[in-house]
Ligand binder design. Sequence first.
Ligand code: FES
Length: 351
Amino acid sequence: MSTQEIPEENLPSGQGETAHGAVKVAEDPFADPGLPAHKPRIQDIDERAAKRSERTVALLFTVSMLSTIGFIASFVIFPINHIVYIWPFGHISSLNFSLGMTLGLALFCIGAGAVHWARTLMSDVETAQERHPIEATPEVKTKVMEDFREGAAESQLGRRKLIRNTMFGALAMVPLSGVVLLRELGPLPEDKLRHTLWARGKMLINQNTNEPLRPEDVAVGSLTFAIPEGLEESDHNFNTEIAKAALMIVRLQPGDIKDKQELEWSHEGIVAYSKICTHVGCPISLYEQQTHHVLCPCHQSTFDLADGARVIFGPAGHALPQLRIGVNDEGYLEALGDFEEPVGPAFWERG
Ligand code: FES
């Protein structure tokens, strides 16, 4: 028993005084009372009760597995727009309801099974862990490994094979729900990203006036934006299509065009290039008529329109795709086909 000296005014009356006016405390008020005695549970002393708990835990894990199967089946069975009345929720999507219920039940049963297992079958002997320095000594590490092995043995994972197998089954199947949810990402793009609305015979429509362009509408030094004939702003897929088909038209002096193919694909010096930057897809909007350079405002990639729109500065890794153009019988500018390479960020070509 330890003693401690405390000033008199801080102590209750009745304590014995010393010669200096302080008192001796008879007991340590902060003594560790220790842990209460361990009371064995019914499962610790009755193997039949332990078996019942084992079956309960296994049942919960099995219900989790069945719920996961139900989750996957719901995806297959229920159409996405099927509505049902369910009290007290009212009219709801049968697909959403069944997905929520089955996934919720699968996760709940795993949690409930683990809790029931811990409460009834794993060791419930309370142990006190002394504080120790943060850096573990070799002895402590050895002790930790011993405790780990002891805990593994006490959890009866090796002995209760039914629990172990059903638990691993439930844990292995729950992630399948995430795999099925990938369907919600929509259909694969297939080759849609490799093609635009441009096709042979489609007229170039001035994006500002919404009128078909004639060669004489495009002045030397001007920058004109065009969209394919037939694409209207009211179309539900307008943004998707314009993101691929946006075009910029520039008229150069034919003698200034250095690239042979560019010259062949142009009409009287009028060249048509994709407006979508090959870096990460910003719309290019700045044209420097003296140098024939176009500049992307996002990261300053610069392309030389007089030389096949090759990159002369910036992070873009690929020249702008050129659209082959001509003039139809009525004198309007038209496309002579689609772009011959994917537009936009160059990484599409690596797919
Ligand atoms: S998107 Fe054009 S330079 Fe980055």
